[in-house]
Design a protein around this ligand. Structure first.
Ligand code: HEC
Ligand code: HEC
Ligand code: HEC
Ligand code: HEC
Ligand code: HEC
Length: 321
């Protein structure tokens, strides 16, 4: 057997050995390449509860944020995903989706890219289970079955942007420079590497961009998602941060405003929160009043002139999403 044949054989073996992942663009020692088969399995792999014991304050903050229910939303996201399926996917002639049972992960990625990036590590059954759960939840809601609504809402919220989505999956952006996120490591902002006292995340290392706006920009959007087979557009605020705020001299990061100045830490919030509302705009109102003598019959008419300047102090356009 010639050397070339051995190399070929090794390459073929590497292709069928999923954890090496050599066939989709080089070694990707990633979080469990073996795909999750149910929502419960996917939720368990990205469960944030195991972090609570030692990072309680952060956990409690995160739990109040929309990241903790990124498929359910306010809860406006879940119904909108159904609209995207029923009025989008099923009506598009080339999507391959005519009924719910045709839905695959790749179809839902036009939302999940940002709302649940780890869906790419799940089987098509999980994509269909999410849709079925949203339908059942809406039905229970129409029928006024409150217990069922609560139960299904909890199920939908169980798949979310949890601790390890940010501190592992999304923690390294430039993977050719810094390497791929390792399945046993949490990435923070401290320099260097060390031990981390968690049963499966036993190491910690530095995420090069955790404190930079680009980190949030991975999901907070620049415009149409051109890399998708069917580009979608939802959040575009990172685009206005890059192309409007920074050219005007803006220098604060997303983390500066949303985590530090607000004092909210991991409870990243927007206009629904009073502190954020107060930070959002400066309003300057100047008024002049005078009397207008129109004509003899109608007499004097009181008039007011209002000059209102509204100045957006956010690092981006509002509203978004
Ligand atoms: C580029 C990433 C991205 C994609 C792709 C994306 N979203 Fe979003 N979406 C976000 C972000 C980030 C927010 C919240 C922040 C905001 O308001 O800008 C959001 C907000 C929303 C909201 C309002 C949230 C609420 O709870 O009221 C809905 C509804 C929504 N998305 C539905 C969808 C649907 C349906 C799809 C797929 C067709 C989708 N999104 C695709 C990132 C994305
Ligand atoms: C949406 C992304 C996101 C999620 C979800 C998230 N974090 Fe963070 N976390 C960050 C960012 C960004 C920072 C750095 C903030 C800064 O100091 O600028 C951070 C900081 C930290 C720190 C402090 C150390 C450091 O590196 O500054 C710890 C510990 C931490 N997170 C743990 C958690 C835990 C536990 C959870 C889940 C309950 C969680 N995080 C969820 C983005 C996230
Ligand atoms: C048994 C306790 C324990 C558990 C459970 C735990 N951590 Fe930690 N974590 C620590 C300690 C201790 C540190 C080091 C703190 C320091 O050096 O400031 C740390 C550090 C970190 C850092 C890096 C902080 C930095 O400043 O760079 C991140 C990120 C982090 N943990 C995330 C998580 C996540 C995510 C989970 C759940 C998957 C988790 N931790 C579970 C105890 C724990
Ligand atoms: C993995 C993708 C992802 C990352 C990374 C991420 N976000 Fe988000 N974020 C979302 C999605 C999706 C939503 C909307 C969830 C929903 O309501 O459906 C959201 C919601 C928010 C909201 C609430 C918006 C509202 O209308 O109330 C704020 C604020 C926010 N994110 C700030 C940040 C900041 C700051 C960072 C970086 C430290 C960050 N996010 C990182 C995906 C992400
Ligand atoms: C200079 C401070 C500042 C910076 C920098 C900043 N934000 Fe904001 N952001 C705010 C304030 C204040 C609000 C509340 C106004 C609102 O929600 O309309 C807000 C609102 C939001 C919203 C909700 C938008 C809406 O109204 O629908 C999201 C999402 C968000 N920010 C994410 C981010 C991300 C991601 C970055 C970095 C790319 C960022 N912010 C940078 C101050 C800032």
């Amino acid at each position: 057997m010639g050397i070339l044949r051995i190399v070929m054989l090794l390459f073929l073996v590497s292709c069928v050995w999923p954890s090496w992942g050599l066939c989709d663009g080089g070694p990707k020692p990633h979080i469990k390449i073996v795909k999750a088969k149910t929502m419960a399995e996917l939720a368990a792999r990205y469960d944030s509860k195991s972090c609570r014991e030692c990072h309680e304050k952060i956990y409690d903050e995160w739990e109040d944020s929309l990241h903790a229910r990124s498929i359910l939303g306010t809860p406006r996201t879940a119904p909108t995903i159904l609209t995207a399926v029923d009025k989008g996917l099923k009506l598009f002639p080339y999507s391959g989706v005519k009924k719910d049972s045709d839905i695959q992960v790749r179809h839902l990625m036009f939302c999940a890219k940002c709302h649940l990036p780890q869906l790419k590590y799940a089987t098509d059954d999980v994509a269909r289970e999410i849709i079925a759960t949203i339908r059942a939840w809406m039905k229970a809601s129409r029928e006024g079955d409150d217990d069922k609504v609560d139960q299904l809402e909890a199920k939908l919220a169980s798949v979310n942007i949890g601790c390890t989505v940010c501190h592992n999956e999304k923690a390294i952006i430039h993977k050719w420079q810094y390497g791929y996120p390792q399945p046993d490591t949490v990435y923070g902002s401290k320099k260097g590497e060390g031990e981390h006292p968690h049963p499966s995340f036993t190491k910690m290392a530095q995420s090069p961009q955790l404190k930079e706006s680009i980190f949030c920009g991975q999901c907070h959007g620049e415009g149409p998602n051109f890399e998708l087979e069917e580009p979608s557009q939802c959040a575009t605020l990172y685009g206005s941060y890059l192309f409007a705020y920074t050219p005007e001299g803006g220098h604060e990061t997303c983390q500066d405003c949303h985590m530090k100045k607000s004092g909210l830490g991991h409870d990243m919030q927007a206009y629904r929160n009073e502190t954020m509302r107060k930070m959002a705009v400066d309003v300057d109102v100047r008024s002049t009043s005078y009397f207008w003598r129109k004509n003899k019959e109608e007499g004097v008419i009181p008039m007011a002139l209002l000059n209102v300047d509204i100045y957006n102090k956010c690092g981006h356009a509002i509203a978004d999403g």
